[in-house]
Design a protein around this ligand. Sequence first.
Ligand SMILES: Cc1cc2nc3c(=O)[nH]c(=O)nc-3n(C[C@H](O)[C@H](O)[C@H](O)COP(=O)(O)OP(=O)(O)OC[C@H]3O[C@@H](n4cnc5c(N)ncnc54)[C@H](O)[C@@H]3O)c2cc1C
Length: 404
Amino acid sequence: MTSISILCLWLFTGYIMSNYHVVIIGGGGTGGALAHDLALRGLRVTLVERGEVTSGTTGRHHGLLHSGARYAVKDQESAIECIEENTILRKIAPGTFEENDGLFVAITDEDVEYSHAFIEGCAECGIPTQQLSKQEALRLEPNLTDDLILAVRIPDATMDAMRMPLRFFATAKKNGVDIKTYTEVLAIRKQGEAVTGVQVKDHTSGKVYDIGADLIVNAAGPWSGKVADMVGVEVPIRPSPGVMVAVRGRWCNMVINRLNTSSDGDIVVPQRGLSVIGTSSWVVDDPDNLGLPPDHIQAMYNHGTMMMPVLKNAPMRAAWSAARPLIGPRKADADTGRELSRTFKCFDHVDEGVEGFVTITGGKATTLRGMAEAAANVVCEKLGIEEPCRTREAVLLPHTAYYA
Ligand SMILES: Cc1cc2nc3c(=O)[nH]c(=O)nc-3n(C[C@H](O)[C@H](O)[C@H](O)COP(=O)(O)OP(=O)(O)OC[C@H]3O[C@@H](n4cnc5c(N)ncnc54)[C@H](O)[C@@H]3O)c2cc1C
């Protein structure tokens, strides 16, 4: 073969590769980060979202950039993912986070007992800790209860639930991703075993039409089970809602966590002029039907007040619920969801007889970039594309660029 024909073959192959078309279903943080990753690897990408971007769970979470400490004792895989992504996100999204750190506070002897496993678990996961006396912690956070015994400082941070992922959407859009909002996937088209595209409805015009695809990624968070049903495959997802209560007044500057196993109302996140208390946990079959149980709102107040008595009389600004996409058996007997890991998984459904259909689900808002990297690796391998992930270093555009 002559050098000219080798060059032509290389150019041709490169052209074909960069023209593979991937459709991403779901415009939460996971879908946005995946669109960004695939665009940097040279793929043609269309993202479809049935509402506005981040209108699912992503825009309604607590706003905590996890250090992973919350999971360091019982869910170390997730803890390690969180501390790694916490570090990367601060580099690629400068200015997005309040670098305020967090305190895990011990207010009972049982909490103190737990602190040993907690500090050990953090060390095993690479999460830095600093133990503080009652006096030191109260100097940092004077609204903590006088029952405080000790506290442990860790690198949590506050983030804006919408603006952080918007930076991924903004950069993806600049790199050519077609983001179609208010566009709901109604059906997934197949020919033989292979998917060929999606049928969508544009809710602004009422138009129903098809979009062709070489590969489809299901990034529909707690809805990923419903989307997988469209091609007759199973995603083991348990939508697990939680209630959050925002009260008027910024009653702490750091993220405050109870130093014990996860339970109701054990986190307070300062958000602008508000303090957000969260959260409860239960499981549902349908992520479109969550409700807002009044006793959960009261529980947020009761438990939050144990750590910070000042919250008792803080007027409520808002209360809402959202569903975590947790990986676990779909139809298992009811449980609280707390026993399920916060890690993520990427499923290639070829094993179930469907080619060209991949699901990325589970995880946290904190781990959106890592989830996208895992899914993009699978997508590229399936399409035979050898492009490395670049999202660990690429600094993201500001969130305002999304509207440009
Ligand atoms: C109470 C609570 C508190 C939390 N707090 C935190 C926290 O402080 N920090 C943290 O890191 N994580 C937190 N999380 C977890 C985090 O919010 C989620 O893991 C993350 O937001 C999931 O993002 P996602 O993109 O995978 O899903 P989603 O944001 O839900 O995105 C999926 C999207 O798919 C769309 N969709 C569904 N079906 C279709 C269809 N047929 N066609 C087109 N689009 C469709 C939906 O509209 C939705 O926008 C919390 C979760 C909950 C529930």
